[in-house]
Write a protein that binds this ligand. Structure first.
Ligand SMILES: Nc1ncnc2c1ncn2[C@@H]1O[C@H](COP(=O)(O)OP(=O)(O)OP(=O)(O)O)[C@@H](O)[C@H]1O
Ligand SMILES: [Mg+2]
Length: 256
């Protein structure tokens, strides 16, 4: 019974998803026509022209920005709704973490955020699509960055820190992305994985749902722990790759 309800809920959601994607596609065409026409209008107006022309140019600018914003929202939605074509291959989680965190640390350091990477050696390989897992990690790192930097100077400790660690877990490798920021408000916690939930001006609210979706499609998981005034830790579970098949020459002879 419950399973049946779940199924019908799922198929209703899938239907709504298809409908919404169709709608988003339909909106894209008129939007790009608007953008092309605004561009032409801009070319006809003279920036050194009459005050009236200058006022019109300003309004064209406002319209262009709003159209660009709508296009961005639609692209984000379509990318999320379409799902991903993941191509998992076996690889070292630590190597990926080193690459992503070293690249990202430059931005953190420039903002006075300390970055630590603590990797457990000799971890088993995981089965992941590196490009997508990188995206998921960057979403988490950027959230930590925002939590640490987008707060009033009086609330900052001057010891803003992000810690990334890896360790062996039961069915794979666990990665923790920990910040010592303000923590997630209790009433926001049930919503942070909802698409479009954001407490940031200009936030898309797609960062966490995207990250969770990527990890779940790889058979892993994404969860978090947060304590007000102390910080937040996101936990990614990456699945261990099955042991590599022995090369053909190494097949042991049949017994007997
Ligand atoms: N490390 C964190 N510390 C405190 N709050 C967090 C943290 N990570 C996420 N959040 C909260 O979860 C919300 C949703 O995060 P999500 O990444 O999905 O969207 P966003 O960061 O607001 O927008 P975008 O990812 O497009 O920049 C954030 O707006 C913030 O309120
Ligand atoms: Mg985010």
């Amino acid at each position: 019974m419950a399973g049946g309800e779940n199924k019908s809920r799922q198929s209703r959601l899938a239907f709504l998803g298809t409908l919404a994607s169709g709608l988003a596609h339909e909106i894209k065409n008129p939007l790009s026509a608007m953008s092309v026409n605004l561009q032409m209008l801009r070319e006809e107006l003279d920036a050194q022209g009459s005050p009236r022309e200058q006022r019109m140019l300003k309004r064209v600018g406002v319209l262009e920005r709003e159209v660009a914003r709508l296009e961005e929202i639609l692209d984000g939605f379509l990318r999320f709704a379409r799902g991903y074509k993941l191509e998992p291959v076996r690889q070292s989680a630590n190597a990926l973490l080193r690459e992503v965190v070293e690249f990202w640390a430059a931005k953190a350091h420039a903002a006075g955020v300390d970055v630590q990477l603590v990797l457990e050696p000799d971890l088993p390989d995981v089965l992941i699509d590196a490009n997508y897992v990188k995206q998921a990690l960057l979403n988490l790192l950027n959230n930590a960055f925002d939590a640490l930097t987008q707060r009033p100077a009086a609330e900052k400790s001057g010891r803003e820190q992000v810690l990334v660690c890896s360790r062996r877990a039961k069915d794979g490798v666990e990665v923790l992305v920990i910040d010592n920021g303000p923590g997630i408000p209790v009433d926001a916690r049930p919503q942070i994985f909802d698409p479009y939930f954001s407490t940031k001006a200009g936030g898309s609210g797609l960062g966490l749902p995207t990250a969770r979706r990527i990890l779940e499609e790889l058979g892993g998981a994404l969860s978090f722990d947060s304590e007000l005034g102390r910080g937040t830790s996101f936990r990614l579970l990456l699945r261990t790759a099955p042991p590599p098949a022995p090369p053909p020459g190494d097949v042991p002879p049949p017994p007997g």
